[in-house]
Write a protein that binds this ligand. Sequence first.
Ligand code: CDP
Length: 230
Amino acid sequence: MKKIIIAIDGFSSCGKSTMAKALARNVGYLYFDSGAMYRAVTLFCMRNGLITNGNIDVEALRARMNEIHITFKADPVSGNSITMLNNEDVEHDIRSLEVSKMVSQVATLDFVRSEMIEQQREMGKSKGIVMDGRDIGTTVFPNAEMKVFVTASAEVRAQRRYDELTARGDQPNYNEILENVQQRDHIDQTREISPLKKADDALLLDNSNMTREEQMNWLIEMFNKLTKEC
Ligand code: CDP
């Protein structure tokens, strides 16, 4: 069967990554988390003093972009994808609320986006991938054969992120998370380059009231339909 590109875009914390990972496993495709790449760039900034009081030293980051190498490795036990920043496993550190607070600002920078997009296109060269993010179906792979745009209410998304952070041992504050979700929605939708928006040919999926199983059945049905047409 011909391999396709599956682009999954949508608002923050609506379960895109979990869904994209599970879909990739089900159909035997590789999974790529584009948000993790922007998070890794943000972590690099934080560790190297390129962010002070919420302000990014844009010129210093531009000059140091060539020092940032992001790759993905499969966890030998779980098979999950691990984000590597300059060969170091940063999967845990990039998910902190500190990184979440700065990542959308870093992701508005044109030179950061162009570099990430180039690497993302390289990852999709042989097709057979699922990639999730904000601009995958609109900018990175405008010709992707399957595009899904996911959404859920801000409150449902904040609760999911709260549960996720609690499960990993953090002690999050729900209101702070809700505020962060709303703030990122705003930055992502209003930025000049590649703003978050549904591609005209993307399938809309509101999963506020859907179980993971219902969601997966829906995705597989769409996948089977589209690959039959290819
Ligand atoms: O996990 P969550 O959906 O909250 O976010 P993420 O996918 O880890 O992405 C983190 C941030 O990176 C987003 O809030 C966007 O600001 C940015 N991003 C982007 O601009 N373009 C992408 N393709 C992916 C993420």
